[in-house]
Ligand binder design. Structure first.
Ligand code: NCD
Ligand code: ZN
Length: 347
């Protein structure tokens, strides 16, 4: 069995860094291991213009320093100006645009109610080669929360891709076998990110034997057969699937509440958890594609030239249970099994 694994430095293709004291507290957890990350725009208020994305990028860089590259996104609203999106992309300020159906998740009130109202922006994006990142859940209250991803594919994503076949789309944080099958059936203009936590937990982990708020995230974890389909996709070597941790910090008092926030915070131990998952599946040799190569390929960016090394320890590694921030403590994702893979300190 291998005892060490050296990979091109990984990237995180879906990350929430927040702002202010939370940003300052948690950004180092990602910057320590990852070279680049696609930064989600769901701040309060959201990042909707190129100028706002440029300013947010500077706030991130002020915390992380130059060793980490934030790849910015805009939050698509029904008022988004296509010319601003295209100009921000041409100027190298943004990498992609995020579609949140209004009300789907944390800070999504300004999202899209009627996809026809953003048709002009989507056409301009298709023309300019700007990817659309989808939070793929319908918000129709009639649709059961466990079915919202599958229904989104039928009602929104598939019609959109048929209408605009040139648009590059990433299905973000997929959680179902339906999404895996859909991504597999599509050409390579379609990518799909998979989170660390959805490779580990199913809905029983969250709900059986007591409710565990730290496992509550959106899209919500599904049945075991869906988790197994996600693992199969992640270890398959298929370049359409790549890591987007969706690490989404909330202070403990916001998670442990009568109406707790959605989000799992995995930045701190993501690579250790993933190494464990891939090892258990007999697929450690596929980890490099999933964390270091496939996403860069999708976005047309070079694979990072520096490396990180994961070392296997006989005794379980230790990591902090919480990260203390100026906005309160944030609990680190507990995979429920001991971790043996440690990211070696930078040489
Ligand atoms: C995210 C957040 O907290 O911003 N929460 C989550 O459960 N994933 C929003 C999101 O990506 O849906
Ligand atoms: Zn997210």
């Amino acid at each position: 069995m291998s005892t060490s694994l050296t990979l091109p430095r990984p990237d995180d293709w879906h990350l929430h860094l927040r702002d202010g004291a939370m940003l300052a507290g948690i950004a180092p957890e990602s910057a320590r291991h990852f070279a680049r990350a696609i930064i989600m725009p769901n701040l309060v208020p959201p990042v909707v213009t190129g100028a706002e994305a440029a300013a947010y990028r500077e706030r991130i860089r002020a915390v992380t320093g130059p060793g980490f590259t934030p790849l910015m996104t805009l939050y698509l609203t029904e008022g988004t100006d296509p010319a601003d999106v295209v100009a921000a992309h041409a100027a190298g300020i943004i990498t992609a645009v995020k579609l949140y159906p209004a009300g789907a998740t944390t800070n999504s009130a300004s999202g899209v109610r009627d996809i026809d109202r953003v048709r002009g922006v989507l056409e301009a994006m298709a023309e300019a080669g700007i990817p659309l990142l989808t939070h793929g859940e319908v918000t129709d209250p009639e649709v059961d929360i466990f079915d919202r991803e599958a229904v989104f594919i039928d009602r929104v994503l598939d019609p959109l891709r048929r209408a605009l076949p040139a648009l590059r789309v990433v299905m973000e944080h997929i959680t179902t076998a339906d999404a895996v099958d859909y991504a597999r059936s599509a050409p390579e203009r379609l990518g799909a990110t998979i989170t660390t936590h959805h490779l580990v937990i199913n809905r029983n982990h969250m709900l059986a034997g007591g409710i565990r708020p730290h496992y509550y995230c959106l899209p919500v974890a599904k049945r075991e057969r869906h988790r197994a389909a996600l693992v199969a996709a992640a270890i398959s070597g298929d370049a359409r699937f790549f890591l987007g941790t969706d690490s989404a910090p909330h202070a403990d008092d916001a998670k442990l509440a009568a109406c707790g926030c959605a989000g799992c915070f995995t930045a701190t131990n993501t690579l250790s958890v993933l190494a464990q998952v891939f090892e258990a599946a007999g697929a450690l040799d596929r980890l490099e594609g999933f964390v270091s190569r496939h996403g860069a390929g999708f976005y047309g960016l070079p694979v990072n030239t520096d490396t990180i090394t994961l070392e296997r320890r006989d005794t379980p590694i230790s990591y902090p249970a919480k990260i203390e921030t100026g906005a309160g403590p944030v609990t680190v994702f507990d995979p429920g099994f001991p971790l043996h893979w440690q990211v070696a300190p930078a040489a």
